[in-house]
Design a protein. Structure first.
Lengths: 326, 345
């Protein structure tokens, strides 16, 4: 896995998911809003791919599109959307349902709002997994929840966020052992010590079951800890994709560089943080590179022409000037 | 536990043995005492003029309760809370002078501001309430000045909260808090709901404002990085008590209490690529209703002994310079645990 992760496009390990030229457009009062624009990536079996970006960058929309769960009215277009040899984009709803939960699992962001507040947890786990009580207890024990199996007739509010998230991971990952797990900011609402436990659980399960994970997060530090490769999203585009160590050591895209430089951990105490001037809003209306208005390196070409993804060493980035960086 | 480094007379914010318990409904056991949530259980601290103190800890440790007591939103069960030499008076009591001394900046600017009003209304209302500007023109001028302080252009006065981004909105809440010229800002998770790039802007702004206006900060946060950048001193809170207090540099580079160490180790760092914390803390924070006996951290502490289950630790100075409540401090001092403070670039 590590060897495959070292190359930008994993060739050695078997490919599980291939996304090419994914576009998603939401209808809004102000006209169609392109939330995801021309996003391409692959995920190998057993690989953890991170997608990072700020709010509105389109990272969650990519996941939702993969689950084929976008709201009505959203328009999805893709050149290739292939999961384990099957064309996801052409599948009918019934076939997609066969995949959801069974072959593609989803770990949601807020465990509390993903469960019904008025149904005891055991009934919900039964319904979600289709398993009997003994098997449910076994599953929960294997995610470190042996202590709560005696009170599963309680309601979700009677459990902590960490406990609920473990339950949902048991449901999403262990119950059916899906080949692909989509995790949408699964630790964002949790405390640091619990977050560390949940991340360890996801990684341990992956090592045991060999599933792949697409891990969406706004937190670069979390992504650094568990992902083999990382994609950085900005204004609906994947602006950079690289093996994790490479991305942090040699970020190629100016946005990635700015994002890393803005992290408080990169600054000595009391030193001013390097913020990114301007905002992302409106970047989809620009004729050229969406980051150009905020970029120090931008020139006339950047404002005019959208950069295509190009390979540099181990990274793929959308920047006209990626060779000049450092 | 005391966080004493500044003399009493000079303290802008002072808490003495502050206790805040909340009654629990429907859990009364026959014969036993009425059950309560021990949100804050004997916390003392002092913040000097122009000083910034961060209270860090996980959710449910009581840090936000401290914030609410300081601004008068909650009345303490016992103990003393003073701001600028005056006892904090509950917001239900009409006392404009007390309101002006301390102001709150809360976590979510979306719920802190009236969505139907313009930014002009939001920022000028405190001026009007406190009679800080004689007429409309003076209020307008002051509003522009307040927006300039937080780095927003004057044309934002005519906008409404829905027209501007989260980071800008948080700056509006800071401008509003500054309108009454407070001595103390209580910042309750001011950056938690913001993106990385916006967070950086806000951290810089808060640092500038403190330098420019000589404000004292009580910063409540679970983001250790934010505390490291904005605080002179840090208090680490666990289940209603401070377990470690000290200068920010000491707490972050020579943490002594096992909980502080676990918290620092659990915080993800992009400097450790592909590495998860080796021994993450087991379990979660116990219930604040039935708090553990003795040292409250003993149920999760890797160093706990039988004594820790019985004896409540008193604060004492640790070799690293911090003040620590731990019975096993001597044993822990032997385990070397220094974190490299990042100093380059």
């Amino acid at each position: 896995m590590a060897a495959a992760a070292a190359t930008g496009a994993p060739g050695a390990a078997e490919e599980l998911l291939r996304v090419e030229g994914l576009h998603v457009t939401y209808p809004t009062a102000a006209g169609p809003l392109p939330a995801v624009r021309d996003v391409s990536f692959t995920v190998a079996r057993g690989e953890v791919l991170g997608l990072v970006g700020e709010s509105g960058s389109g990272k969650s929309t990519v996941l939702t599109a993969l689950m084929r769960m976008l709201p009505r009215g959203a328009e999805t277009r893709a050149d290739v959307l292939r999961f384990a040899g099957q064309d996801l984009s052409r599948m009918n709803e019934r076939a997609v349902r066969q995949l959801r939960g069974r072959r593609i699992g989803l770990v949601p962001q807020r465990p509390m709002t993903s469960l019904s507040p008025v149904t005891p947890v055991r009934a919900q786990l039964r319904r979600l997994t289709g398993l009997d009580d003994n098997r449910i207890d076994e599953l929960l024990t294997s995610v470190g929840l042996a202590g709560v199996t005696s009170r599963l007739n309680d309601y979700p509010f009677q459990f902590s966020g960490g406990q609920l998230q473990r339950m949902l991971i048991a449901v999403a990952v262990l119950a059916r052992e899906p080949e692909l797990v989509l995790a949408d900011e699964p630790t964002t609402t949790l405390d640091a010590t619990v977050q560390a436990q949940i991340l360890r659980l996801l990684v341990d399960l992956k090592d045991r079951l060999g599933n792949s994970v697409v891990f969406v997060s706004h937190d670069l530090a979390v992504v650094a800890q568990i992902c083999d490769r990382v994609g950085v999203m900005y204004g609906g585009q994947l602006v950079e994709l690289a093996p994790t160590a490479e991305l942090f050591a040699r970020p190629r895209h100016p946005y990635t560089q700015a994002l890393l430089n803005a992290m408080p951990a990169r600054h000595a105490r009391g030193e001013r943080l390097r913020a990114i001037p301007g905002t992302v809003s409106g970047s989809h209306r620009l004729p050229g590179c969406g980051f150009a208005p905020r970029c120090e390196r931008a020139d006339e070409l950047c404002h005019r022409v959208v950069p295509e993804p190009r390979v540099l060493s181990l990274s793929v980035a959308r920047c006209h000037h990626m060779e000049e960086a450092e | 536990m005391s966080a004493t480094t500044t003399p009493v007379a000079a303290a802008t914010v002072e808490l003495q043995e502050l206790v805040k318990h909340f009654p629990v409904k429907g859990r009364r056991r026959r014969g036993g005492p009425a059950p309560v949530v021990h949100a804050v259980d004997g916390v003392s601290l002092q913040v000097g003029p122009g000083e910034s103190l961060a209270i860090v800890g996980e959710s449910g440790c009581g840090k936000s309760t401290v914030a609410k007591v300081l601004v008068g939103l909650l009345e303490p069960t016992s103990g003393l809370a003073r701001v600028a030499g005056h006892d904090v008076r509950p917001v239900t009591v009409r006392d404009p002078a007390a309101r002006r001394r301390v102001q709150l900046v809360s976590q979510s600017p979306w719920s802190a501001l009236n969505r139907a009003k313009t930014i002009r209304h939001i920022v000028t209302q405190p001026l009007q309430v406190h009679g800080l500007a004689p007429d409309r023109a003076a209020r307008e001028a002051r509003a522009v000045e307040l927006l300039r302080l937080v780095g927003l252009p004057a044309e934002y006065l005519d906008r409404r909260p829905r027209d501007i981004s989260g980071g800008e909105l948080q700056r509006v809440t800071i401008a509003r808090a500054l309108a009454g010229e407070p001595q103390v800002l209580v910042l309750d998770e001011p950056t938690a709901s913001l993106d990385v790039s916006v967070k950086a802007i806000l951290v810089n702004l808060l640092a500038d404002l403190r330098a420019e206006l000589g404000l004292s900060y009580v910063l409540i946060t679970h983001e250790l990085d934010i505390a490291r950048h904005l605080a002179d001193r840090v208090a680490v809170m666990y289940l209603g008590k401070f377990v470690e207090v000290g200068a920010a540099a000491d707490v972050f580079s020579h943490p002594a209490h096992p909980y502080t160490r676990s918290l620092l180790a659990a915080a993800p760092s992009e400097l450790r690529i592909g590495e998860l914390p080796q021994a993450p803390l087991v379990g979660e924070v116990p219930s604040a209703v039935d708090v553990p006996s003795g040292c409250r951290f003993h149920t999760r502490c890797p160093f706990a002994t039988a004594q820790c289950r019985e004896q409540v630790p008193e604060p004492q100075p640790a070799p690293g310079g911090t003040t620590v409540s731990c019975l096993r401090l001597d044993a822990l001092a032997a385990t070397n645990w220094t974190i490299e403070e990042k100093t380059d670039d």
